[in-house]
Design a binder for this molecule. Structure first.
Ligand SMILES: [Zn+2]
Length: 90
């Protein structure tokens, strides 16, 4: 018989234990200087660059800083089942 084989251990990539954060609509008031209120209409933050660079903090759509966008933290334990009860029965 052959030699003992090591059980193949799965190579698991390191999982980031970070909370999923989404940045929603831009709320920067472009008319604040004239006492008005006007947002640029950007609906969701999209990083203009790669993560880790300063461009990642800038929105590709409206070029505003990420902090102007509404911040949403997604909780892993959040069960949102009750909001979708319209599954069709067969
Ligand atoms: Zn903006």
């Amino acid at each position: 018989m052959g030699p003992l084989q090591d059980p193949k251990s799965k190579v698991v990539p390191p999982v980031k234990k970070e909370k999923a954060v989404r940045y929603r609509e831009c709320r920067r008031n472009h008319a604040a200087s004239i006492g008005g209120y006007a947002v640029d209409g950007c609906r969701e933050f999209m990083a203009a660059g790669e993560e880790g660079t300063t461009a990642a903090l800038r929105c590709a759509a409206c070029s505003c800083h990420r902090s102007f966008h509404k911040r949403e933290v997604e909780s892993e334990h959040l069960c949102d089942c009750s909001s979708h009860t319209t599954s069709s029965q067969s």
